[in-house]
Design a protein around this ligand. Sequence first.
Ligand code: NAD
Ligand code: ZN
Ligand code: ZN
Length: 432
Amino acid sequence: MAAALSGSQRAILWYPPAYDIRVETVPIPQIIDPDDAIVKIKLAGLCGSDLHIYRGHEDIDKPFICGHELIGEVVALGSSFHPNATGRPELYSTLQVGDKIVSPFTVTCGECHFCRVGSTSRCIHSSLFGTPSLPGGQEQYARIPKAGGTLYNLNALSSAPLDVSKVAESSLLLLADILPTGVFAALQVLQHPKLSPMLTGLPYPWSSNIPSGYDCAGMSSAVRDDDRNITIAVVGLGPVGVCATVSLLDMLASLQKERGITYRVVAIDPNESRRTKMQAVHTAIDAKDKLSGEVVVTSIEEGKRIVAEWTDNAGCNAVLEVVGNNSALTLSYELVCPFGVISSVGVHQEPPLPFTGREMYAKNVSFDFGRCPVRAMFPIALEILLRRQDVFGTVGETTSLIDKIVGLDQAAETYEMFDKGKCGKVLFDPWL
Ligand SMILES: NC(=O)c1ccc[n+]([C@@H]2O[C@H](COP(=O)([O-])OP(=O)(O)OC[C@H]3O[C@@H](n4cnc5c(N)ncnc54)[C@H](O)[C@@H]3O)[C@@H](O)[C@H]2O)c1
Ligand SMILES: [Zn+2]
Ligand SMILES: [Zn+2]
């Protein structure tokens, strides 16, 4: 079962202190724990999260193999994988050498409390690929710890209703991180109790999860139709921001049909080429789905002006922060209305948050931060991936999320271009 691989492979390494990317020959990883799998990488993504390390913002002082987004094929399995592996996640008894897999960007055991309740990004065994403690996916072979809990077997997902055999292979890479993260950013606001008065037509606190015994029967709601017009800002339109906006529009369209809400979305980025991509994606979606809501893609200053005009200076009900710096958090706070919610999926660094307690108090604002629980988001992300192959399934077109697929040799220049916002999502094919 554990077909031992020996020899060397090529990999992208980051060197401290910053901006130093090299392609080197390193040993092929080996199984070191019975729960491990070794995967031959088909494609690996370059992500905004790699940029925080690239820029030297994460206080790392030794070189390591980069990347945390990967799809590939199982080439070796540890001894935990056998047909009688009962009482453990299903893949320990079903995964086979030769199966095609996608790996979430963090290790997920599938067996701890956090995994069981869906908070999978905070698994007690969590470890992030592409860090000094766990080599990443930008190489030819990768070791996947706790693989029976971590991996998705794509071969098991090749029949209706969620049939991945018909989608572009490159689009499956987006399930490793950025599409689930976009779904997470959107769900964190749409499922938030602060949005429920708009979604249910009932005022707070009757709008969600009142314990029984406090019946609101007989209460008349003062919520008017114009109160149910939800305004949402997306701050940051890199690849994750585009995924967040596409996911948000998908969910808002269905809420509009089911609950009768109306909505307006302002999507903001200072970088013109990022706005051009978002605009092209939205135009394509709108042409096909005839969206009922208003969507504007714009710059920071114009975004502030539009929100003030749309909401009579009150601000947005919710903001999705998809950047990962303090200027974006400050903007998000400026844009949000009292009793609003900010869903921050940007990866933030050491500096303190740019708000005072008084500012938090003054708006009754809710914040949600943190790492996407990819496994929990995976089924919804997969549905959106299948529905939106026009955006996710093509490469290099004006409406494509994925800009290009390059070999490892182009790593240094690709990191530099992505860092400067001169390209969108790039995938590495380590066999080119
Ligand atoms: N929470 C998670 O699990 C998770 C997962 C994946 C990525 N991320 C994070 O999401 C963020 C975005 O990732 P990406 O790949 O799209 O990165 P990216 O660097 O390509 O995109 C960031 C975008 O933000 C824009 N921007 C910068 N300052 C801004 C501001 N003040 N207001 C509005 N826009 C601003 C930039 O022009 C750029 O287009 C990163 O911080 C990344 O680490 C988090
Ligand atoms: Zn990523
Ligand atoms: Zn776990």
